[in-house]
Ligand binder design. Structure first.
Ligand code: ZN
Length: 101
């Protein structure tokens, strides 16, 4: 009778491991500068910077001359055709929209 129990325990361990990995994956978001975004999605850095400046790609900037940064999850949404509003939701900053550039 012990074999089925061990089997179930293995399955449970696998399930827990996959859930933990999924959570870690969700937390593994990070801020990327235009160069990092460009390397990720294969566009030229200038294309990324231009789209960030025009608002096509959601980004944040500290100060008028600072670099723009975009979260990786937002880049994924942008690649899938998300609108700027949808990208702001993915970013999680929509309620602070006065800060978004
Ligand atoms: Zn944002």
């Amino acid at each position: 009778m012990s074999a089925p129990v061990e089997h179930d325990t293995d399955r449970l361990a696998e399930l827990v491991a996959s859930l933990v990995l999924a959570q870690l994956g969700g937390r593994d978001d990070c801020w990327w500068n235009p160069q990092q975004v460009a390397e990720y999605c294969g566009h030229a850095r200038q294309f990324i910077a231009t789209d960030q400046a025009s608002g096509g790609l959601h980004s944040h900037q500290r100060g008028d001359r600072g670099r723009r940064f975009t979260k990786r999850s937002v880049v994924d949404a942008w690649m899938q055709g998300a609108t700027p509003d949808q990208q702001a939701q993915v970013c999680g900053c929509q309620r602070f929209s006065r800060w978004a550039s």
